[in-house]
Write a protein that binds this ligand. Structure first.
Ligand SMILES: Cc1cc2nc3c(=O)[nH]c(=O)nc-3n(C[C@H](O)[C@H](O)[C@H](O)COP(=O)(O)O)c2cc1C
Length: 333
């Protein structure tokens, strides 16, 4: 059995997906300039790596501005999950998410990620451990099936088993994972999107909080999906086209319309980037995320090349960046 979570907030209409090598704290700071409301996720953190690391802060640190923020864990050992659940709580995260969708060979070899869909009871033990030792909302991100384990019956049983274990929200990537024969990238495009299956799952479990994920590329699609589902998770499109999502707060959270431009985001982040440069002598960790802000701007290529080459060589001064942002502003971007 699990402890009740007090005053949890599990209703996030829009979230920005966990993505390894993309959704680090710097990208999340950028995304926060675009939406103050969307739930942000960390990249997957393997529980075992965190427990045995002597650099825990490297995994766990985030900025206050990033709230609401969910930490995503990978693993399959309830004992380790007890420890990381306490850390997530102590560090101030708002939610813990369990990764049951990753198809990478390394993750499958460890019997976690998507392969956990083959072991509902073991997954339930993981959920219980995370809940009982954090008192945070514990959510699951999973697929609609894995390999030949792809019947609706099994999906439904899986979700109901985790519901009984205390899972607070189900984020369903509307594709199955094919563990043998497809690499992680192909596993995000080759298995077809089956929104119909996620729809059926919500229809037969109206009381469960179900968020849909996979293939959402604009606000209108999200508006339509929210007629059926409790939330929509956006992955690649948010990373590659961040400004496309500047209406999230207005459209889904009833906030006042705000004009968000590439220049205003960069200018707002200047103090943050300046502090980072002072501490680490480098800006690339942040600038690599900024370059997607200038898509479809006439001088985008030139701008990207300048920032990239200077930043990689550790030659980018904060004044250079600030001037470049002002140039964008003068051009109306
Ligand atoms: C580069 C990359 C890294 C990803 N890393 C993770 C991860 O760490 N954890 C996870 O649950 N999903 C991960 N995903 C999957 C996404 O969260 C999401 O489920 C998938 O991209 C489908 O959504 P989309 O079509 O909106 O991109 C990753 C996806 C990409 C493109």
């Amino acid at each position: 059995m699990f402890n009740n979570t007090n005053s949890i907030d599990i209703f996030h209409k829009i979230s920005i997906a966990p993505m390894m090598d993309c959704t680090d704290k710097h990208f999340r700071m950028l995304m926060r300039q675009i939406s103050s409301e969307a739930l942000l996720y960390t990249e997957m953190i393997v529980a075992q790596s965190l427990v045995f690391s002597n650099q825990k802060a490297k995994f766990l640190d985030f900025n206050e501005e990033e709230h609401p923020i969910a930490i995503q864990f990978g693993g399959d050992d309830p004992q380790l999950f007890k420890e990381v659940a306490k850390m997530a709580k102590d560090w101030g995260y708002d939610e813990i998410n369990l990764n049951v969708g990753c198809p990478s060979p390394r993750v499958s070899a460890g019997n976690f990620g998507a392969s956990l869909m083959n072991s509902p009871y073991k997954t339930a033990k993981c959920i219980e451990a995370l809940k009982n030792h954090s008192n945070l909302p514990v959510t699951v991100k999973h697929r609609i099936g894995v390999d030949n384990n792809d019947s609706f019956f099994n999906l439904n049983q899986f979700v109901r088993t985790l519901d009984l274990a205390g899972a607070d929200r189900f984020t369903v990537h509307a594709r199955k994972a094919i563990l043998k024969g497809l690499n992680p990238k192909d596993n995000r495009s080759i298995p077809p999107l089956r929104y119909d299956i996620v729809t059926q799952l919500k229809e037969v479990n109206p009381n469960l909080t179900i968020e849909i994920n996979g293939g959402f590329t604009n606000i209108e699609q999200c508006t339509n999906a929210l007629k059926k589902f409790d939330g929509v998770m956006i992955g690649r499109s948010a990373y590659k086209h961040p400004l496309r999502w500047s209406l999230i707060d207005e459209k889904f959270y009833g906030k006042e319309k705000k004009i968000i431009k590439a220049s205003s985001i960069i200018l707002d982040l200047i103090p943050y980037i300046e502090k980072h440069i002072e501490k680490y002598g480098s800006s690339w960790e942040i600038c690599k995320h900024l370059i997607n802000l200038v898509e479809s701007i006439p001088m985008a290529k030139k701008w990207r090349n300048k920032i990239t080459s200077k930043s990689i060589k550790k030659e980018l001064k904060i004044d250079d960046l600030s001037c470049s942002a002002k140039e964008l502003k003068n051009l109306g971007f």
